[in-house]
Design a protein around this ligand. Structure first.
Ligand code: CP
Length: 336
């Protein structure tokens, strides 16, 4: 395994060149094959990863912890209430201390206007690699697993593939913007043609959309937007129906100063769009071999019907979830 990436932070794919990402994917496929063959992959013997979760997680937490075990190391599963963060210990001190005791730090902090800043400050002070387990802007591990799944089900060169990312109704919670934002930044770098559908009150962040348009120009893909979910599904080869909160409707500073009022307005806006669901009628508008992807957890019956999510000819969501393990192992093995 190359040590060219040892110490490199993994906060967004945008800080990794396409050539570097190609090595990450190659490593992910090798690790996946060895996992299936039950061959040992002890690339990080006796090493320690500190994982800090400010929010709940099933896939991210378990892919990282199981991944560290399978690489021969150990992951500490930390939450702020187990740490002095609750008593006000600052991010700089936390990062310096953890990076002097182990070999990597991974953190999920999705608070709007705060998460990415927290991760960036950790990276500034940690002498070990810092990995984002999702923040308010990016979810880079999800992006890797998504693209690996596309490679598996379509082609390692998915140039020209038509992928629709659509906002969808959900009652669970205001999900961060980070999954669709990571996808629009990453997919067009591989020549994928992405269509994003969303109601006007649920836009993605303007600066990310601008960066994604630049990425599309360089990568040969494309990025377009519509406020019509049916139109976005027409001819799509992959559909990703997913809720996200209306954070992008507000300037970050305005949101932080008026958080309660914004949350109330977001709730009212949400209720206008209950018909934004991925169901059989919409799937019939897509390509006849269309595949459904979703980062999960899915809000069944709201974002997508059970009929579609459980259809083995359409849904590849569990392959996508499993690939969180193989891609997580690749990043940890390469950077730690
Ligand atoms: N997709 C994803 O990040 O899942 P978790 O929130 O369960 O980690």
């Amino acid at each position: 395994m190359t040590n060219a990436f040892k110490g490199k932070h993994f906060l967004t794919e945008d800080n990794w060149t396409k050539e570097e990402l190609d090595i990450v994917f190659k490593t992910s496929f090798e690790l996946k094959e060895k996992f299936y063959n039950e061959e040992p992959t002890l690339h990080l013997p006796h090493k320690t990863l500190f994982m800090m979760f400010f929010e709940q997680s099933t896939r991210t937490r378990n892919s990282m912890e199981a991944g560290m075990t399978q690489l021969g190391g150990h992951a500490h599963d930390l939450t702020p209430d187990k740490m002095q963060i609750t008593h006000g210990e600052v991010v700089k001190d936390t990062a310096i201390i953890l990076s002097r005791m182990g070999h990597g730090i991974a953190c999920r902090n999705c608070f709007y206007g705060a998460g990415k800043k927290y991760l960036d400050e950790m990276a500034q002070y940690s002498k070990r690699p810092v990995m984002s387990l999702q923040d308010d802007v990016y979810h880079p591990f999800q992006g890797l697993a998504d693209l690996m799944t596309i490679f598996e089900h379509f082609d390692k060169n998915p140039k020209g593939l038509k992928v629709t990312i659509s906002w969808a109704y959900a009652t669970t919670h205001s999900k961060p913007l980070s999954v669709p934002q990571t996808q629009i930044l990453l997919f067009p770098r591989y020549g994928i043609n992405v269509t994003v559908a969303h109601p006007k009150e649920f836009p993605l962040s303007k600066n990310i959309v601008e960066k994604a348009q630049q990425n599309a120009k360089v990568g040969g893909g494309s990025l377009k937007f519509t406020s019509n979910m049916d139109e976005a599904f027409e001819g799509a080869q992959i559909v990703i129906p997913k809720n996200w909160g209306g954070f992008g409707y507000y300037d970050v500073d305005y949101y932080l100063q008026n958080e309660d009022a914004c949350k109330k307005e977001m709730k009212l806006n949400l209720e206008k769009y209950k018909s934004w669901i991925c169901d059989a009628k919409r799937i019939n508008l897509a390509d006849k071999n269309v595949k459904l992807m979703h980062a999960l957890p899915a809000d069944r019956g709201n974002e997508v019907t059970d009929e579609i999510l459980d259809d083995p000819n359409i849904s590849i969501v569990f392959d996508e979830a499993e690939n969180r393990l193989h891609t997580a192992k690749a990043i940890m093995a390469l950077t730690m």
